[in-house]
Design a protein around this ligand. Structure first.
Ligand code: ME8
Length: 634
């Protein structure tokens, strides 16, 4: 069998500090992509590392009285340690101070001097040290960096240039022929218009900076840090090393290069031009994402608002953070990071939707002493529907994962998880006395959970290994194509159930009014309130007259509720997993009616329906019979 290969890279990070959540985010996107391709039996090369040369690092080292090499060395363990703790399964960690890289970059320069693509001249202009970038003066005002807005310095020095201008037409032709080179496509426009506006040759050496790769055969110069850094993507594979020729030819070009939007020009303009000049093929896709923000500001080392991945890890664990970042930080836009939101998402999506489902299936089976779950000879109609729904999900999930839209893929999968929950509630296996039917429901649920566990493995490797282990499945990745297996899967597996020792995911109670459960024989620690406090809550009986699904929401039903003398109100409620729209029509339930109106999915909700969760963990409406709508509970 021919095994496909997948080569994915992250930016190499400037080592002026320990990694922060922004660096983790890019690295995580690459890790999820690598693990996704590993699922279908592909061979993986996943490269990450550190960018260790240049003026910015030399200045940062100087500030703390360290030599640059000693300074950069001091951060490497922190990077490797945090990547390890977050289950980042990289193949190779590149450091640009590695001798092999230094030599290969020098060889690259020698080769391009020979072809005339690199030549010596003089540079005069402006430079932004934090971004390590040359800046063009547009008018007579102070020259600020286009990227970060900070003031630049003026430099005039002898320099080697890369003949970038010669590649303008070829670059434009390449973008036109490869419209999916930059993902998301929308980010291509700024690149194309930058190139169309005219490319000038790029200075690729400095004489006023000492910390860099010595320019070959001209010791006055060091290599410009971006000419050094971009080449790491090929030097890591053995570019310009005779003994690694075959290895290099096997892995290059990169299948996916991940980066933030700040460095798209370097990767989509300079880098392809460098490769064209070297006669090498271009990367297949660049995945360009937006910022993680805190209070609407980009999270960054220099702004001092960076979230420490270690502190977060201690509080929430790697799987939950991986899920939250991948699902809710859509690559297409900037996204606000907040731990409250993280807690809420983890509680509802992971603990409620997924963890609970697994727990209930396994516990229920165990209660009926069912440990070995074989599949029935023939499946019923609902089970076949559930299996078909999975296949539809698999198609959508795969398409989005293949294209780098992992956040969208997870949205599809959660739609399916809600369907499995709805199936389980509707089947009411706890009421089934017929043994064959009971086994069928448990088996269908296990098949669904198995498929979910495999698809989610790239995002939450540890938690999914636990989920699969409780179904009696151990996964090992090699040449086996799990995606093909899921696509062909006729649902004929046998599962060996092992109850979980603890819930798969933690639930975070964000509501302070939540009460603690009563300990055995003891009293519950209910927070006391006065009668006046209670009187402030208006509870009314309401009759649900109309009910419909909210388009685009997996959870919400839109209810029109009659409160008798108090009139009609619209209430949105997240009960769709447990009740169909038709099932609640005509039901008389209890509502809190003096909560501040809330908007959900753009619709206003003017109240909240009361619910209880029964012993089977099924959510139910609190209903009242034989009183007119509008009756107040006191
Ligand atoms: O630019 N949100 O290194 P760097 C999301 N050495 N991603 C973020 C982020 C945030 N708030 N902050 C940083 C460099 N990143 C060069 C790269 S590659 C040959 C050389 C991520 O340490 C994002 O991927 O400044 C961004 O592009 C990268 O870190 C910049 O890292």
């Amino acid at each position: 069998m021919h095994q496909k290969k997948f080569y994915v890279t992250t930016p190499i990070y400037y080592v002026t500090a320990k990694p922060h959540l922004g660096s983790l985010y890019s690295t995580l996107l690459a890790d999820v992509a690598a693990r996704w391709h590993r699922l279908s039996g592909e061979k993986i090369f996943f490269l990450t590392g550190t960018d260790e040369h240049g003026q910015k690092i030399a200045q940062a080292a100087d500030k703390v009285g360290k030599k640059p090499q000693e300074f950069v060395d001091s951060f490497i363990d922190a990077y490797k340690d945090i990547w390890h703790k977050y289950d980042i399964a990289y193949t190779y960690f590149m450091r640009t101070t590695d001798q092999a890289h230094i030599k290969a970059v020098q060889e690259w320069i020698r080769a391009l001097i020979k072809t005339g693509d690199i030549y010596k001249s003089d540079y005069s202009g402006f430079y932004c040290t934090p971004c390590e970038t040359y800046v063009t003066k547009k008018d007579e005002t102070v020259v600020v960096c286009e990227s970060c807005g900070r003031e630049t310095i003026e430099i005039a020095e002898e320099s080697y240039f890369f003949r970038l201008s010669a590649y303008q037409d070829r670059l434009l032709a390449f973008y036109a022929e490869h419209p999916d080179f930059i993902v998301p496509k929308e980010r291509s426009h700024e690149v194309v218009s930058f190139v169309q506006s005219g490319l000038r040759d790029l200075s690729i050496s400095r004489t006023t900076v000492a910390w860099g790769i010595p320019f070959p055969d001209d010791e006055q110069h060091v290599v410009y840090v971006w000419a050094d850094a971009l080449n790491n993507y090929i030097t890591a594979l053995g570019y310009a090393q005779e003994s690694k020729k075959e290895e290099f030819a096997y892995w290059w070009p990169a299948d996916l290069q991940v980066m933030g939007k700040d460095i798209v020009r370097f990767h989509a303009v300079y880098w392809p031009a460098f490769l064209m000049a070297s006669g090498l093929p271009l990367p297949k896709h660049l995945l360009v994402h937006g910022w993680l923000q805190v209070n609407k500001q980009k999270m960054s080392k220099s702004l001092g608002n960076a979230v420490d991945p270690q502190a977060l890890l201690d509080a929430y664990g790697a799987d939950a953070i991986r899920y939250y970042l991948i699902r809710f930080m859509a690559i297409t836009q900037d996204a606000e990071f907040s731990t409250e939101d993280l807690e809420q998402r983890v509680s509802s999506d992971l603990a409620n939707d997924l963890g609970n489902l697994l727990q209930r299936v396994v516990t229920l089976a165990q209660r009926r002493e069912l440990y070995e779950v074989a599949s029935p000879q023939n499946w019923g109609a609902h089970e076949i529907d559930l299996r078909d729904a999975f296949w539809t999900t698999l198609e959508k999930y795969s398409l989005d994962m293949d294209e780098g839209y992992s956040y969208r893929a997870l949205g599809h999968l959660w739609g399916y998880i809600h369907q499995v929950n709805a199936y389980f509630h509707a089947a009411e296996p706890w009421k089934i006395t017929d043994e064959a039917r009971f086994k069928e429901v448990i088996s269908a649920s296990c098949h669904s959970l198995y498929a979910i566990g495999i698809l989610l493995h790239p995002v939450m490797p540890h938690a999914m290994e636990k989920l699969l282990a409780s179904l009696g499945v151990t996964v090992t990745f090699g040449e086996h194509n799990f995606l093909e297996e899921l696509d062909d899967n006729p649902w004929n597996k046998t599962f060996m159930l092992h109850p979980l020792k603890e819930p798969l995911f933690k639930k975070y109670e964000s509501k302070p009014e939540q009460v603690e459960e009563a300990s055995e024989g003891g009293q519950a620690a209910f927070p006391e309130i006065s009668i006046e406090d209670f009187a402030e809550v208006v509870l009314l009986v309401g009759t649900i007259e109309e009910s419909e699904e909210v388009p685009g929401s997996d959870k919400l039903l839109k209810l029109q509720v009659n409160f008798g003398p108090y009139g009609m109100r619209q209430v949105l409620s997240g009960i769709k997993i447990y009740y169909s729209a038709a099932a609640v029509k005509g039901v008389q339930a209890v509502f809190v009616v003096n909560l501040k109106p809330r908007k959900m999915m753009g619709l206003e909700s003017q109240g909240m329906v009361l619910t209880v969760t029964d012993a089977q963990d099924v959510l139910k409406l609190v209903t009242v019979a034989q009183v007119p709508p509008g009756t107040r509970l006191k």
